[in-house]
Design a protein around this ligand. Sequence first.
Ligand SMILES: C[S@@+](CC[C@H](N)C(=O)[O-])C[C@H]1O[C@@H](n2cnc3c(N)ncnc32)[C@H](O)[C@@H]1O
Length: 233
Amino acid sequence: MSDESNTPESVPYPRGIRSYVRRAGRTTVGQAKALETLGPRFMVKYQAQPADLAQVFGREAPTILEIGFGMGEATAHIAGLMPEKNFLCCEVHPPGVGALLKRIGEQGLENIRIVEHDAVEVLDHMLAPEVLAGVHIFFPDPWHKARHNKRRLVQPHFVAKLLPRLASGGYIHCATDWEPYAQQMLEVLSAEPQLENTAEGFAPRPEYRPLTKFENRGIRLGHGVWDVVFRKK
Ligand SMILES: C[S@@+](CC[C@H](N)C(=O)[O-])C[C@H]1O[C@@H](n2cnc3c(N)ncnc32)[C@H](O)[C@@H]1O
């Protein structure tokens, strides 16, 4: 698939099917304070045209897109480990946005920008071709029930949108604790000729991805976690 024949906007995506639900959830006082004090500096308003990432981050650096950072625990950890990279992070859950802003303040991080918006639309409209050096999708909503499987993020039409935004040599790293979804990730990414698997099947957890509280709990309960890491040729 080439950029010319298959721009993200031209890839059919089931209309109205979202990979998330807008969950209720209270924003704490600390998160609200972080929103007020740090929001103006670290949040980027969604726009329907390609953003100038050098301007957004105030520097030229390889940019990693994170989709669905939840409360931002892994995000802040990884951004701290890799100050030389920019992290453009999408989440639709407002308390999560507040939580990541709070971590940015506490850890003195400079290399994160947050877009509080559907990442599928960000891919469609806000990113220019080949601007991404990597994509992180950690524990995306598993949509367990068969009738909800269509809401899973990692599907062929989504990857077809993502690929033109990824530079050659850029990577896609997904992790999940739901085995059927892990298999789906592996199948969908393996089927894409522009991508190569960095491992034989599932990948060992890259050292930069921390074991979060949620994951540690799962491991204690005997649940598995699967990572997949593919690179664009
Ligand atoms: C199960 S949580 C995992 C959060 C985090 N990555 C972690 O490992 O704890 C999935 C998150 O993805 C977010 N999400 C799902 N689809 C999204 C989309 N299209 N754009 C932005 N965020 C999305 C949800 O709001 C939710 O917070």
